[in-house]
Design a protein around this ligand. Structure first.
Ligand code: CA
Length: 231
């Protein structure tokens, strides 16, 4: 756990300093950037295990930093923001944030989320042996190439959509509750709203069921969702 390197991109010097001290106390190595542009430059160097990224930043806002970073980096990112609108949350998660913290927050909660994000990063890095594709009907999810195809046609997915699709595919024909989906795809102590699951199910439906005029993602009223293929 100790020694992992965290970059804080936050323009509020006091907040940044406070987080820095807490993280160092926990044994992490810490680096700081105080605006979006220099933060992005540091972040793409690839030397960090995790990023804490403020949304409202001078020179380049946090969403834009994240969007550009995700073009060539999968480093875990926890967004920090003063806003707590579900739309902002969804937008951040949709462009590839791993988690979200609304300011002001308890430092213990931030530390817990950092541990989860770092642990999940390690879990993702471990290759799954000889199971590189998952299929359902004409739908194929390639875990090596991070692609989803329907009859060979590519369906563009964001990172979270892919993670959700993977979880549904791994548990096809089983009913999954919103809580269980949230726990697995977003992390067990993700304190978010289960609404985020519904929002992402809607995204997947529009990209798969609606587009190809099929019905694979079924709602189980009052419970959750099931992915199944019915002829
Ligand atoms: Ca700020």
């Amino acid at each position: 756990m100790a020694g992992e390197k965290i970059l804080i991109i936050e323009d509020e010097v006091k907040i940044s300093r406070f987080i820095e001290l807490e993280l160092k106390y926990e044994g992490y190595a810490v680096d700081q950037a105080f605006d979006g542009r220099s933060g992005l430059e540091k972040a793409i160097s690839g030397e960090y295990d995790l990023l804490l990224l403020d949304v409202m930043l001078p020179s380049l806002n946090g969403m834009e930093v994240l969007r550009r970073l995700r073009q060539n980096s999968e480093v875990p990112v926890i967004m920090l923001t003063a806003k707590d609108q579900i739309t902002d949350k969804v937008m951040g998660l949709d462009i590839g944030a791993d988690d979200y913290m609304t300011k002001p927050f308890a430092i213990e909660e931030l530390l817990a989320r950092i541990r989860v994000a770092l642990k999940r990063k390690k879990a993702v890095v471990q290759p799954q042996q000889n199971k590189t594709t998952l299929s359902l009907g004409s739908l194929t999810l390639d875990l090596d190439k991070y692609t989803l195809t329907y009859n060979g046609e590519f369906i563009e997915l964001t990172k979270k959509e892919f993670d959700l699709m993977r979880y549904l595919m791994e548990n096809r024909n089983s009913v999954l509750t919103r809580d269980r989906i949230l726990e697995t795809v977003w992390g067990y102590d993700y304190f978010g709203d289960t609404n985020v699951v519904d929002v992402y199910i809607r995204y997947l439906r529009s990209k798969i069921d609606d587009k190809y005029d099929i019905k694979l993602i079924h709602t189980v009223r009052g419970v959750g969702y099931v992915l199944k293929y019915e002829q």
